[in-house]
Design a protein around this ligand. Structure first.
Ligand SMILES: Nc1ncnc2c1ncn2[C@@H]1O[C@H](COP(=O)(O)OP(=O)(O)OP(=O)(O)O)[C@@H](O)[C@H]1O
Ligand SMILES: [Mg+2]
Length: 274
């Protein structure tokens, strides 16, 4: 089971949007996926069409007593899938573990392994998914560190702007230090740049700067700024099902991003589904 944390120190750079884009690509490719919303704001939960009155156990409660819960028993089916079923369309597994403000109880940074390993303990008891996507809060706090400790991959998200580049450098440094001590399963940490405007001179400059700083850790795939992104997210809809050329270009970008991060499983599923 591959576990990818989507993370950044800076807020608003697109962690939730990238999580939703990857979830949409996994959904379209038929990859059995669990999305864990670890941000107390719970934007991913909303974006995946989980209703406000949903009563499923949220992640904050399960993190308090990780040995007592199996995530797959508390996951809810994404609203994307439910809508699709009503339309009579077949699709793969896309489950969600709801986020909630209770997660903020774990924000304090600690060096105690029992605390850091809470999410890892939950995931060790989880079955039935090929891919787990974790949307992290915008901070290097205890919650993000729990996500990193449980992950096989970390995808950092940055914008092509001065402060985002500086923040990414600090985040990579913190991640590398943390990995040695606390994240034995982590094998891959890379950067994707979001909200890129190809015609912007400032963006070209920042992209070249990031390439010099991060080398191969910066993925070639970049996510362009897209005019209808908020509309798609506001409708709690997968980008792969949204009509129009702009959405379908964004969907192809997320297909390539997923293939780069999750190659073996995607290709085997594609082969299975013809
Ligand atoms: N590629 C994009 N094109 C256009 N708008 C985007 C793009 N990526 C993100 N956005 C918009 O930018 C805003 C912030 O994005 P998002 O919520 O994904 O960031 P975040 O890093 O998860 O934020 P936070 O740190 O608050 O959790 C949202 O309104 C989102 O729709
Ligand atoms: Mg977010």
């Amino acid at each position: 089971m591959q576990v990818i944390s989507i993370s950044s120190l800076k807020g608003g750079v697109g962690k939730t949007s990238i999580t939703l884009g990857l979830a949409s690509a996994a959904w379209a490719a038929g990859v059995s996926t669990l999305v864990i919303d670890l941000d107390p704001h719970a934007d991913t939960t909303t974006g995946l069409g989980i209703k406000h009155d949903d009563m499923s156990t949220e992640i904050g409660t399960m993190l308090r007593k990780p040995k007592q819960f199996r995530l797959h028993e508390h996951a809810v089916t994404s609203g994307w899938i439910q809508t699709n079923h009503r339309n009579g369309t077949e699709s793969g597994v896309l489950d969600v573990i709801r986020g909630s403000a209770k997660t903020s109880l774990f924000e304090k940074v600690t060096t105690r392994r029992r605390e850091i390993n809470r999410l890892m303990t939950l995931l060790d008891q989880t079955q039935g998914y090929d891919l787990v996507l974790i949307d992290c809060p915008p901070a290097l706090n205890g919650v993000t560190r729990m996500a990193w400790a449980a992950s096989t991959d970390v995808l950092l998200v940055a914008e092509p702007s001065l402060f985002s580049v500086a923040g990414t450098e600090r985040t990579f440094r913190a991640l590398d230090l943390f990995q040695r001590e606390y994240a034995p399963k982590l094998r891959n940490s890379v950067l994707v740049v979001n909200r890129v405007r190809a015609a912007s001179t400032e963006h070209k400059y920042r992209l070249a700067e990031m390439r010099r700083m991060f080398g191969k850790r910066m993925l070639d795939i970049q996510v362009p700024e897209s005019s209808n992104w908020q509309q798609i997210q506001g409708a709690a809809w997968p980008v792969h099902a949204w009509p129009g050329d702009t959405a379908s270009t964004a969907a192809r970008t997320f297909d390539r991003l997923l293939q780069q991060l999750h190659q073996p499983q995607v290709s085997s599923r594609r082969a299975l589904h013809g």
